[in-house]
Design a binder for this molecule. Structure first.
Ligand SMILES: [Zn+2]
Length: 107
């Protein structure tokens, strides 16, 4: 619960459990209703798609990223070089997300 939605679109995250454990990627979509995030290159599933050409009856197989549960990912801090928890820091300029370990501001 704690880490929920501190992650934003465009963040680099690392998968911490499941078949893609250890994989990194950029969050391309957040699906709040389902507590899921879509990460480019992670959780690849094969989908059969019908060819747009009706003459060609053979379905083609395309690979797509499927959303994964937000609890399976952590923000990847390049400075710590690992998955970290996100905290908040309030400065004169406003409220920022920071890496809880090294306190680097996340942009
Ligand atoms: Zn850090």
């Amino acid at each position: 619960m704690e880490n929920k939605f501190k992650i934003k679109k465009g963040d680099e995250v690392i998968v911490i459990s499941g078949k893609d454990k250890g994989k990194k990627g950029i969050v391309s979509k957040i699906i709040k209703k389902k507590d899921r995030v879509l990460i480019e290159g992670v959780n690849i599933v094969k989908k059969h798609k019908r060819s747009p050409n009706p003459e060609n009856k053979k379905p083609s197989i395309v690979e797509e990223s499927a959303p994964i549960h937000i609890s399976n990912v952590m923000y990847f801090c390049p400075k710590c070089n690992k998955g970290v928890k996100i905290g908040y820091k309030i400065t004169e300029e406003g409220k920022f997300r920071v890496c809880k370990k090294c306190e680097t501001i996340i942009k």
